[in-house]
Design a protein around this ligand. Structure first.
Ligand SMILES: Nc1nc2c(c(=O)[nH]1)N[C@H]1C(S)=C(S)[C@@H](COP(=O)(O)O)O[C@H]1N2
Ligand SMILES: [Mo]
Length: 506
C-alpha cells in the first residue's frame, strides 16, 4: 500500500506541474462519476452534500488501497505477479485519461509513470520484506543470529518509512499545487466572455471541403497544438492579473482583466503556426479568437519615435519580439481572452495571450501575457532569437496534403486529394498538385474564412494502379508561389513541397 501510495503521489505531483487540468486521479474520478447511474449520484449528493467529491476520493482511496494490498501479497508470493497487477492499473488509469475531454499527450503517460514508480517501490519493499522473512525462518529450522534478523528487519522498516514519508511529501505538494490550479480553473469557469463589438464574419458555407479525413476547419481547443517552454503550466489568477505597457512610451499603462473585458472586443478566426512546424506537419491550428486590438492599447501608451519592437513577456519570463508596425497596422493583432467561445484554456495562455495574424508563434503569440515593453530590435531580443532563431518570423506560404495519408493503400479510379494551404494576412490565391513531377494541375480552392486563416483545397484525379509521388504547391493572393527549396525549420521556418507517396492497388 505504501509503494502504490508513492506511485500515485508521484503521478499527481507530475500532473500538478505538467497537466493542471487533468491528473490521473481526477481522470479516474471523472470516469467513476460518469459511470455511476443518476439515482446513485443523487443519493450520494443527498448523503454527502458538498463533501461528495471528498467521499468519492475516500472511496477511490479505499479501492486503490485494497488492490495495492492484493498486489503486495501477490508480489511476496511470486515475483512480478503484483507488479503485473499494478501495471494493469496503470493502463486502466491511462484509459481513463483518454476518455476525458481535456486529454492531450502529457496526461496519458502520467498513470503509466505512476505505475512504474509504484512497481519500483513495490519491488524494493517486497525484496526487503522477503529478506527479513528469510533470515527470521531458515528452511532447515536452524536459528539465525538475532543481530542478523534485527538488521534485515531494520532495513525493511527504514525503506518502508522512507517511502511513506516521500509519498506523504509528494502528495502534500501535489495537493497544494492542485489547489492553486483548481482555484484558477474555477475562476476561469466563472468568467463569461463579453459579446464582441465586432463579431467574427460568418464562415462561408463552402469553406469546409467536405472530404472525409480532413481536419476540421476550426480546430477544437482540445486538439489545438501546444508549444511552450513552460515545464509547469502557469496558473495565473485572473483577479490579480495585470498587463503593463512599459518602455519607450509617452505614458505607462496598466490594465486589469476587468478593464480589458470592458473594451470593445473583436472576434476573428486566425490560423497560428509554429516556426518548428515541418513541411506537412501539424503544429498549426485555426481558432476563433476574441480580444482587444493591440493597436488600441498601444495608442493609449503612445510609442515614442525610434521604437520599432514590442517585447511581450509572460508570467514565466518567456518573451517574444514583435515588430511594432505589425502591432499597429490595420491587422487584427489581438490581446486575446477567448478561444472558440471559451476563456483561454490554461495551456493556451489563460487569462490573456497575444495572437498576431501572419507571424510565427515564437515572435508573437505570447501566452500568460503580463507585459508589453515598447523597445528597439537594436536593444532587446525575444527568447528564441539568441538561441539561433531569426529575429523576424513572418509565416511562410505553405500547403499540406491531408488526404490520402502518406503510405495508405488506395483503390484505382477517382482518387480525391485534399488538404490545407495558408499565407496568413495575404491569403491564398491558388493551390496546385502534381503527380510524379508531371505538370501542375490546379486544385479546387475553397473560400477561406479570411486571409488570416488557412484554406481547404481538393482535387479529384483518375488513377490506375501504380506508385505516385504527390506534391502540393500554394501561391498567395499576389501570385507568389511558396518556396520550393527544401529547408528545415531553423532559423525562420521550413520550406519545400509537402510530398506524399500513394500506392494505388486493385
Ligand atoms: N509564455 C509563452 N508563450 C508562448 C510560448 C512559450 O514558450 N511561452 N511559445 C510560443 C510558440 S513557439 C508558439 S508556436 C505558440 C503556440 O501556442 P499554442 O500552444 O497555444 O498553440 O505559443 C507561443 N507563446
Ligand atoms: Mo513555435
Amino acid at each position: 500500500m505504501v509503494a502504490v501510495a508513492g506511485g500515485v503521489a508521484a503521478g499527481e505531483l507530475l500532473a500538478g506541474f505538467a497537466s493542471p487540468s487533468l491528473s490521473p486521479l481526477s481522470a479516474v474520478g471523472g470516469v467513476v462519476i460518469d459511470a455511476v447511474p443518476p439515482g446513485v449520484k443523487d443519493w450520494a449528493i443527498s448523503l454527502f452534500g458538498t463533501a461528495d467529491k471528498a467521499a468519492l476520493l475516500a472511496g477511490m482511496a479505499l479501492v486503490i488501497a485494497g488492490l495495492a494490498a492484493l498486489a503486495g501479497v501477490l508480489e511476496l508470493r511470486r515475483r512480478f505477479s503484483g507488479a503485473v497487477l499494478v501495471g494493469i492499473f496503470g493502463l486502466a488509469g491511462a484509459a481513463a485519461v483518454l476518455t476525458r475531454s481535456q486529454v492531450t499527450q502529457v496526461p496519458v503517460v502520467l498513470p503509466l509513470l505512476a505505475a512504474a514508480a509504484a512497481v519500483v517501490l513495490l519491488r524494493l519493499l517486497v525484496g526487503r520484506l522477503a529478506a527479513w522473512e528469510g533470515t527470521a525462518s531458515t528452511p532447515d529450522g536452524e536459528s539465525t543470529p538475532d543481530a542478523t534478523v534485527a538488521r534485515s528487519r531494520r532495513s525493511f522498516l527504514q525503506a518502508l518509512a522512507g517511502t511513506a514519508a516521500a509519498a506523504g511529501v509528494a502528495g502534500l505538494l501535489a495537493g497544494i499545487w492542485r489547489g492553486a490550479a483548481n482555484a484558477v480553473s474555477e475562476a476561469r469557469a466563472r468568467i463569461t466572455l463579453p459579446t464582441p463589438a465586432s463579431p467574427a464574419p460568418p464562415i462561408p458555407a463552402a469553406a469546409e471541403s467536405g472530404v472525409a479525413g480532413m481536419p476540421p476547419l476550426v480546430t477544437p481547443n482540445r486538439d489545438f497544438y501546444r508549444i511552450d517552454t513552460a515545464l509547469t503550466v502557469p496558473a495565473v489568477n485572473p483577479d490579480t492579473w495585470l498587463l503593463k505597457v512599459t518602455g519607450m512610451v509617452a505614458r505607462e499603462v496598466q490594465l486589469s482583466l476587468a478593464d480589458l473585458m470592458a473594451k470593445p472586443l473583436t472576434e476573428r478566426h486566425i490560423t497560428i503556426a509554429c516556426v518548428s512546424n515541418n513541411v506537412g506537419g501539424d503544429l498549426i491550428g485555426n481558432a476563433r479568437w476574441l480580444g482587444w486590438p493591440v493597436r488600441d492599447l498601444l495608442a493609449l501608451a503612445g510609442p515614442q519615435p525610434g521604437s520599432d519592437m514590442v517585447l511581450s513577456r509572460s508570467t514565466d519570463g518567456w518573451t517574444a519580439g514583435t515588430p511594432l508596425e505589425v502591432l499597429t497596422d490595420n491587422r487584427d493583432a489581438l490581446l486575446a481572452v477567448g478561444m472558440n467561445g471559451e476563456p483561454l484554456p490554461l495551456e493556451h495562455g489563460f487569462p490573456v495571450r497575444l495572437v498576431v495574424p501572419g507571424l510565427y508563434g515564437y515572435v508573437s503569440a505570447t501566452k500568460w501575457l503580463t507585459e508589453l515593453k515598447v523597445t528597439r530590435f537594436a536593444d532587446d531580443a525575444g527568447y528564441w532569437t539568441p538561441r539561433g532563431w531569426s529575429e523576424r518570423g513572418p509565416i511562410k506560404t505553405s500547403s499540406r496534403i491531408d488526404v490520402p495519408r502518406s503510405g495508405r493503400p488506395v483503390s484505382p479510379g477517382t482518387v480525391v486529394f485534399a488538404g490545407v494551404a495558408w499565407a496568413q494576412h495575404t491569403g491564398i490565391g491558388k493551390v496546385e498538385v502534381r503527380l510524379n513531377r508531371g505538370p501542375w494541375r490546379e486544385a479546387e480552392l475553397a473560400p477561406g474564412i479570411s486571409a488570416d486563416t488557412w484554406y481547404q483545397w481538393k482535387l479529384a484525379v483518375d488513377l490506375s494502379p501504380g506508385q505516385y509521388e504527390v506534391q502540393v504547391r500554394a501561391s498567395d493572393m499576389n501570385g507568389r508561389p511558396q518556396d520550393e527549396t527544401s529547408r528545415p525549420p531553423a532559423p525562420d521556418g521550413a520550406t519545400g513541397f509537402h510530398t506524399v507517396r500513394v500506392d494505388v492497388k486493385s
